[in-house]
Design a protein around this ligand. Sequence first.
Ligand code: ZN
Length: 136
Amino acid sequence: MSEFFETVKDITSAAMKKADTTCKAARLKLSKSALNKLLAGQYIELGKTVYNMCKSGDEDSQEIVSITAQIDGTRRRIAALDRRIDDVLGLVKCPKCGAVLKIKNAYCSVCGKKLTTEQESIEENENEMNIITEER
Ligand SMILES: [Zn+2]
């Protein structure tokens, strides 16, 4: 009988772990969509700035440089989130061919490139909300 309960416990903890992963991935995807909205807004801002510059004939390249830097920052954060989502789901992208692979593979099964596990550098307990709010 105790064996039965052990099995149930195993199944339950596996299910909970899976639910946790799904939940975490969903949260990260939500953060990513918020960042994509932010990025879209920044592109609009950049467009408006260029439009106004053309209209008025005033060159304010400083403002364009500043918005461009903000866009680069947002794009970096989206890329970092993408890596974390892959990480949470246990996936890794081959740096050479871009194939999505299971993290445990030592070599890319598509192109044969040796895969390093530098994913460790991504901080696990980093607050997802920080990604959105920082550097605004
Ligand atoms: Zn590859």
